[in-house]
Design a binder for this molecule. Sequence first.
Ligand code: CP
Ligand code: NVA
Length: 323
Amino acid sequence: MSQNRHAIPSTLPQGAPPVRHFLQLTDFSSEEILYLLDRAAFIKQKFKTFERHQPLADRTLAMIFEKASTRTRVSFEAGMYQLGGSVVHLTTGDSQLGRSEPIEDSAKVISRMTDIVMIRTFEQTKIERFAAHSRVPVINGLTNEFHPCQILADIFTFIEHRGPIAGKTVAWVGDGNNMANTWLQAAALLGFHLRVSTPSGYEVNETTAAAPASLGGGSYRTYADPMQACAGADLVTTDVWTSMGYEAENEVRRKAFAAWCVDRKMMAAAAPGALFMHCLPAHRGEEVEAEVIDGPQSVVWDEAENRMHVQKALMEYLLLGRQ
Ligand code: CP
Ligand code: NVA
């Protein structure tokens, strides 16, 4: 093998953009996010009309799961096959990742054999360390701090149902968790009004979210009363009271969050035609009343499906740039 061949840094085609990662929403500009959402609509339309779209033929996605998943696994796996590529699925339990191989070494090896990597893990610093040693793009499939693929899907779903989100009002009711942090970043990037109501002690960590100081026409306000947060909102959204990794706090949280169940009264206080979203999995009777999640304002099934369409656009963009 010639020396020159050793120097080839990755399998990206000539002219492809330099390696970019999607570790949090703010890794992309608002303009890039709007491009991705447009592109996802185009890719979804092709898929729905049985028109083949396989720009990633021969490319491989590695998916690393250190936490459970249904939607993230199915959407990335089905999506990559639809784009013409293939998938390798790894978990902590069935790989050397669970036997203390350093993340840095794992990143170097996995990124030599695959073209793009999706990771679901615990601390954001783990995915950052992996990305720092990866020569292919790395996507955050959920960390304790962020869930950017889900927020792309949520915003795509809002736009499908109600048009542009800029200037609209989104109410987050519940835990100040990875989803809430990412909503805050989205409000700053896309210029909508975010209202957050959490029980005391479970607030959004604004330092973690580190949303750009200027909210680009949007705003961010916190509310002690979830009803007030929902009043006049165009979208009401929530998530589990106990995220993965925090199970030991389950009972304490159940008590602390009792008044933060999205119910019909909160939806009635929202704007006429307000949507309800939940990233799922959901616990009916805890963070949301069954009548809300299974009711006419809920778009949770579209939201779940749209994970696949936006992530197809995301993988195409990270590997091939704008099309
Ligand atoms: N919403 C979401 O990420 O679902 P999974 O945990 O099933 O992947
Ligand atoms: N906040 C939840 C989202 C699950 C998709 C968690 O981290 O478990």
